[in-house]
Design a protein around this ligand. Structure first.
Ligand SMILES: Nc1ncnc2c1ncn2[C@@H]1O[C@H](COP(=O)(O)OP(=O)(O)OP(=O)(O)O)[C@@H](O)[C@H]1O
Length: 351
């Protein structure tokens, strides 16, 4: 999808002026609270009318003040999912799901109820009233309802913010499989850099009512690494192997990792902060950290006052963060071999 926006909107004291072209099917909008993300997607969806400008999807004008075009919201074919699922309380799950489908013109009805129910695994809920659903189930139903309206674009405005961590990471696979199965491009709003990296490829950085830049989610994470004490978050998909001396052995690429924790689910998404990786120039004789990985330095980059060090280790990439003095002591340059020590307790399971 290509989204072209060149609009201005004044909302009381807040001015929004956005001018950008973005291409991709998994687009993020990232920025602080009040920067204008929801206003911007509301203008795209047709919930508000720009004061002037143009909004085009794949060359087709949804709004063009010069030509007097303003496609009404119900004809834009844009589905929306919000932080709080706005389901109809008097309708059961099936009727909520079919609401958008029935309003969609028959020519555009390409996605069937059965396939959405299957992907979102909500078949057992169809006859239930929506008041009797858990938070995660409600959000799955609201995603299903949006998909069944057969939109050309799905807008998700902080769809995971109202959920606790474990629920959030159980919904993400559904969001991903929905987008992969039905191939609907989406705009995804979040304050969470981790959600951006999991859910999006291209990110619009929104600041003070304008688009301050456009980059990949990975570039955004590296840019912000030096601004946060938590550093860069490595996201690792690990495969459970076995238990050993009260710890769990997971496989990362080709490398076994010792991880604290109790779950022995076959797979897991873990986070590891760049500040929890300690680098050694030579193999240390004995250390308390349970993981000592032999790595190659593939990149060294600036992160404000410190340096980011990208490591290759058994087919996986890790980013560590060190001071300039430490980089001098270690004589770090691209291509050298180095050892990375990581405590078993440094890994945090996300889902
Ligand atoms: N209808 C409106 N009338 C007046 N001001 C508005 C209106 N809608 C939004 N605003 C203002 O526009 C600014 C941007 O709000 P918006 O909700 O778009 O930000 P956001 O980046 O989505 O924030 P958050 O991440 O907190 O949801 C805010 O200052 C808000 O008060």
């Amino acid at each position: 999808m290509e989204l072209r926006i060149d609009i201005e909107k004044q909302f009381g004291a807040f001015s929004l002026g956005a001018d950008c072209t973005v291409e991709g099917d998994r687009i993020g909008l990232f920025g602080p609270s009040g920067s204008g993300k929801s206003t911007l997607v509301g203008l795209v969806a047709g919930l508000h009318k720009p004061d002037r400008g143009t909004i085009l999807i794949d060359g087709e004008a949804l709004f063009d003040s010069g030509k007097g075009i303003n496609i009404p919201v119900e004809k834009r074919r844009i589905g929306m999912v919000f932080q709080l699922p706005h389901l109809f309380p008097h309708l059961n799950v099936k009727k909520n799901l079919l609401y958008g489908y029935k309003r969609c013109a028959p020519d555009h009805r390409k996605i069937a109820l059965e396939s959405v129910v299957e992907v979102l695994q909500i078949g057992h809920l169809l006859n239930r009233g929506v008041r009797n659903l858990s938070g995660g189930e409600r959000q799955r139903v609201s995603i299903g309802r949006a998909i069944l309206s057969n939109p050309r674009l799905l807008i998700m405005d902080e769809p995971l913010s109202g959920l606790d961590d474990s629920l959030k990471y159980s919904i993400i696979p559904f969001l991903k499989s929905v987008s992969e199965t039905f191939r609907i491009p989406y705009l995804f709003i979040s304050h969470s850099l981790i959600e951006m990296r999991i859910m999006t490829d291209r990110v619009l950085n929104v600041a003070d009512g304008h688009i301050a830049g456009q980059m990949t989610a990975e570039e955004l994470a590296r840019t912000r690494m030096g601004e946060s004490e938590a550093g860069y978050t490595n996201l690792l998909k690990l495969r459970f192997s076995h238990r050993l001396n009260g710890l769990q052995v997971y496989i990362c690429g080709e490398v076994p990792l010792l991880v604290s924790g109790k779950s022995d689910l076959p797979e897991g998404l873990f986070e590891l902060s760049s500040t929890d990786i300690i680098l050694f120039k030579r193999h240390p004789e004995a250390i308390s950290a349970r993981n000592l990985l032999q790595c190659h330095v593939v990149d060294v980059f600036e992160t404000g006052f410190r340096l980011g060090v990208e490591l290759e280790c058994g087919g996986e990439r890790l980013i560590a963060e060190i001071s300039r003095q430490a980089a001098e002591d270690l004589e770090i340059v691209t291509g050298i071999e180095i050892y990375a020590a990581i405590k078993a307790s440094a890994f945090r399971r996300l889902g």
